[in-house]
Design a protein around this ligand. Structure first.
Ligand SMILES: *Cc1c(COP(=O)(O)O)cnc(C)c1O
Length: 378
């Protein structure tokens, strides 16, 4: 018999109650039952985004909401400042270029967080910057960029919009959109929202909506002005991912019931335990200074081919984790503690990481990681 365990930073585990909700008969999207469901979901998701603004729900992967953000505010020749400290930072820069905007990139070493004063300096040099883009949690490097501090510096220095990729931050740690004055926040269904892939979320401040209204940039599927109008009436512009939206209501109820503060605290505990347990067996973290509570990236021990760690976990034990991307391929492994995961799951994962490291020839005090995790979690 073989059981599967999902500890990758997306897609993540889907709770059984969400899966059963998605097995219900398909509602027709123009029927009143669907409009009622959509209106409830559109209201409930505001709690997780910590906003009074409309949170638009799109049928696409998370990147769709990133593209929507760029396509609706950036015009050819517009300047953008982009924090590029990983795979997803690169994506913001690529999207800006595709839409004719000019990204000025802050290249941050992978594993480090951006220094907000660098954003400030670039804004001084480029006062006509239209928007600043970054990741609240850069999943490829397991780094948490200082969203509050970046937004603060942008507001002090300019009129630029603050655009945050919160795909592995919303529902993981505190990124209160309205309180911090963030102009655009995006997320996706298959990370902390505990759903399968297929939905993207985006919320805009009033200031961002004004920019979108004035923009002459061509947009069609991701025309947010059109979506805003439809979604205010419990409709979507095009056929929505009906089943995922049925699941979303259950997932949002689960988050509400646990309470956002408790959701954040659970992620904090699991992240702390993961980091400390890996250090307890002599391993080093890729992002020790500004780690994200969504995922932990760990350097493979010297002398061990890093790619073998996820490979053996998956092939021998049915446990999916993630390796590194681009130049970190084969050098790091990433353990996710995001979404439908508990302390009990983490102890099992940490125990199995010990098993695999030992079989691959790494020598360490066996049980030290598990023991550290037990101490911190229970
Ligand atoms: C997963 C992820 C994305 C991309 O989402 P897709 O659903 O793969 O399009 C973007 N940004 C971050 C930070 C992510 O973790």
């Amino acid at each position: 018999m073989r059981k599967g365990y999902l500890f990758a930073p997306g897609p993540t585990w889907v709770p059984p109650e969400v899966r059963s909700a998605m097995a219900a008969p398909i509602l027709h999207h123009r029927a009143p039952e669907f409009a009622a469901l959509f209106e409830r979901v559109a209201e409930k998701i505001k709690y997780v985004f910590q906003t009074e603004q409309q949170v638009l729900i799109l049928a696409s992967s998370g990147t769709g909401s990133m593209e929507a953000a760029v396509a609706n505010i950036m015009e050819p020749g517009d300047k953008a400042i982009v924090v590029r400290g990983g795979k997803f930072g690169e994506r913001w820069a690529d999207l800006c270029k595709v839409y004719g905007a000019e990204p000025i990139c802050i290249d941050v070493e992978w594993g480090k967080a951006v220094d907000p004063s660098q954003v400030g300096e670039l804004l001084d040099q480029n006062p006509d910057t239209k928007a600043v883009f970054w990741q609240a949690s850069e999943t490829s490097t397991a780094v948490c960029h200082p969203t509050y501090e970046i937004a603060k510096v942008v507001k002090e220095k300019s009129d630029a919009l603050t655009v945050v990729d919160g795909i592995t931050a919303i529902g993981v740690f505190d990124v209160p959109m309205d309180k911090w004055g963030l102009d655009i926040v995006v997320s996706g269904s298959q990370k902390a929202f505990m759903l399968p892939p297929g939905l993207a979320f985006i919320a805009l401040s009033e200031k961002a909506w004004k920019v979108a209204e004035k923009s002459t940039q061509p947009r069609y599927y991701f025309n947010l002005l059109k979506e805003r109008k439809s979604q205010a009436k419990g409709q979507t512009a095009y056929t929505p991912a009906v089943s995922l939206i049925m699941g979303l209501e259950v997932a949002l109820d689960m988050i509400r019931e646990e309470g956002l503060e408790n959701v954040f605290a659970r992620h904090q505990r699991m992240a702390d335990a993961t980091r400390e347990s890996m250090k307890a067996i002599g391993l080093k973290l890729l992002a020790p200074e500004a780690p994200s509570n969504a995922v932990t990236a760990i350097w493979a021990p010297e002398g061990i081919e890093g790619a073998k760690i996820p490979k053996m976990l998956r092939e021998t034990y049915g446990i999916t984790i993630a390796g590194g991307q681009e130049h970190l391929k084969g050098k790091i492994f990433r353990l996710s503690h995001m979404g439908y995961i508990t302390e009990v799951d983490m102890v099992q994962l940490i125990a199995m990481v010990e098993v695999v490291l030992s079989k691959l020839g790494y020598s360490f005090e066996k049980g030290a990681a598990v023991s550290k995790a037990q101490e911190l979690l229970f």
